[in-house]
Ligand binder design. Sequence first.
Ligand code: SF4
Length: 188
Amino acid sequence: MGIETAPPTDMFLTTQLQKVLNWSRRSSLWPMPFATACCGIELMATASSRYDLARFGAEAMRFSPRQSDLMIVAGRVAIKMMPVLQRIYLQMTEPKWVISMGACASTGGVFDTYATVQGVDQFIPVDVYVPGCPPRPEMLMEGIMAIQRHIDQDGLPAKKQRHPLGITVQPTHTVRPQPAPLTVSVRG
Ligand code: SF4
């Protein structure tokens, strides 16, 4: 990336090991996508070239819970699916985090029925709630950055008892008109 050409090569830095560990952890979150409905499409868009989740080091989606440390529940969850979700959560590596993406995952949304879980936080600890139906990719990124900020401040979960963070993302950005204008140049 050219960074090695900027400082003198005999330079060194001193820091605390804990800071390096926190920096590594927050820069390499590996999400476990649990996408069951339309919110999953926004989750996919977050990893696409327009939004590029790789800028935050969290684009390596894994479909193996033992390689993941960030569960993203995107979409409504049927009560029959809940044992599966719980098992996946339990199999994920520690320290691990959970984002509830969208109204359906957080509250059941408009599906106020006996068959739909009325909030996944009744069964697994949720750290960040991302509101919306569906939330835009920027909102999901804000949720991921909320967890990164927490890790940066040594905020790792206690080993003995897991307490959910319970952060709710508030929209702070101005939404631009979509689709953004596309400029095409023709070589002639
Ligand atoms: S919150 Fe809206 S967009 Fe997301 S799964 Fe529910 S209905 Fe679909």
